[in-house]
Design a protein around this ligand. Structure first.
Ligand code: SAM
Length: 373
């Protein structure tokens, strides 16, 4: 007898291939002619930034990084001036010529821009330079001089505009790159760093231990709660809230088969992401004081996980809680950081960093909200 065994013998498509197929379908439609360039960049080596640890020997570390020909992109942005809007509208391919125009314009008088979280230093290699940083070595007292991360993940922290004496909540904090950046401001009166995963909070604790002096570690309270409950636990409490949600982690999903979110058995979890993201954002807004600022971020290109979550959250806060929430303009980020990152020019709410072969950071979506009442 011949028995068809096709179900058992059909080769299973790998999670990485499935991720690429789904991205081709969704992002091909979403980004049109920009998608092939984003796609090849996502599949190529990513670039890192070195977040300087202000609690180490900063002079020595910055000298070391400068000797490698890296520069602090945040410091560099301070020389950028207000430019005609047409420059901020340019697409990725036009960015290099735009930066020439920018140099000319920096000769004009500087104009004030809305403030960013202070004291953060992050070194990157120039556009087109694919050199790599080596991991930091401990100094004489065992503190590490810099932390390597996707430089685009500093942007949500800068957007949070931390001010002296702020009480800050980092709702999904592990493994802790952004927590570390928040602490570099030296402004947090207290920082609640939370992550549902206990194994990941162990990594977070380990990072805090390796980078911070003991007195600063006392400023941080690390917890492993479900962030969705935070709105009920500590409502109207924080000056600033960072909601850096779990997402499809697009770059990682095209690299790592292990525990990939596109695995068949994680399909339900993946499809439920926008709901989880919405619930986390709503909890973050409820945890903010009236007048407080909230930044939502993902490392995905998906509109469903980005702008749609923002729209739904603003709606839900009004209908269910009678709380007005305003989306704040972040378009000045494009002007400030266009010589380091490739920005998507067509975001309606928030900003999106696109991976680009000459500036292979991101994807990183970030949007700032203010709780009005
Ligand atoms: N902010 C981190 C950083 O910069 O290193 C990265 C955070 S990662 C994008 C998202 C995190 O959300 C994961 O560490 C995951 O464990 C956590 N998470 C998932 N569900 C959560 C929940 N319900 N409450 C709190 N954290 C959650």
């Amino acid at each position: 007898h011949y028995k068809k065994k096709w179900a058992a013998t059909t080769p299973r498509i790998s999670s990485i291939r499935l991720a690429l197929q789904i991205f081709d379908m969704n992002y091909g439609a979403q980004f049109g002619s920009l998608w092939p360039s984003i796609r090849i960049s996502l599949l190529s080596e990513q670039k890192y930034g070195a977040l300087v640890n202000n609690f180490s020997d900063v002079l020595q570390i910055t000298q070391q990084l400068e000797d490698l020909n890296a520069t602090d992109f945040i410091w560099e942005s301070k020389t950028v001036v207000q430019e005609p809007d047409s420059i901020a509208q340019l697409g990725a391919s036009e960015l290099s010529s735009a930066s020439e125009t920018q140099t000319e314009l920096s000769l004009q008088q500087e104009q004030p821009v809305p403030s960013l979280s202070p004291n953060i230093k992050c070194y990157t290699f120039p556009k087109g330079d694919i050199s790599i940083f080596h991991p930091a070595k401990p100094d004489v007292i065992g503190i590490l001089g810099y932390y390597l991360l996707d430089a685009a993940s500093i942007l949500p922290v800068l957007a949070l505009n931390i001010q002296p004496d702020d009480l800050v909540l980092d709702l999904c904090a592990a493994p802790g790159g952004k927590t570390l950046a928040l602490l570099q401001t030296g402004c947090c009166r207290g920082l609640a760093a939370n992550d549902l995963s206990t194994s990941r909070t162990r990594r977070l604790n380990d990072i805090l231990h390796r980078y911070l002096p003991q007195e600063l570690q006392k400023v941080v309270r690390v917890t492993s709660w479900d962030g969705r409950k935070w709105g009920e636990l500590e409502t109207s409490t924080f000056d600033r809230v960072l909601v850096d949600v779990p997402c499809t982690n697009d770059r990682h999903s095209l690299r790592e088969e292990d525990n990939n979110i596109f695995m068949r058995m994680r399909k339900g979890e993946r499809q439920n992401l926008p709901r989880l993201q919405l619930e986390l954002l709503v909890a973050g807004i409820l945890a903010a004081k009236p007048g407080g600022e909230v930044v939502y971020s993902t490392c995905s290109l998906s509109q469903l996980q980005n702008e749609y979550v923002i729209e739904r959250a603003v709606e839900l806060m009004a209908i269910q809680y009678q709380i007005e929430v305003q989306v704040e303009d972040l378009s000045y980020f494009r002007k400030l950081f266009q010589s380091t990152f490739s920005f998507y020019p067509d975001c309606r709410l928030g900003e999106l960093i696109l991976p680009h072969l000459t500036a292979n950071f991101g994807p990183m979506y970030f949007c700032k909200l203010r709780r009005m009442s």
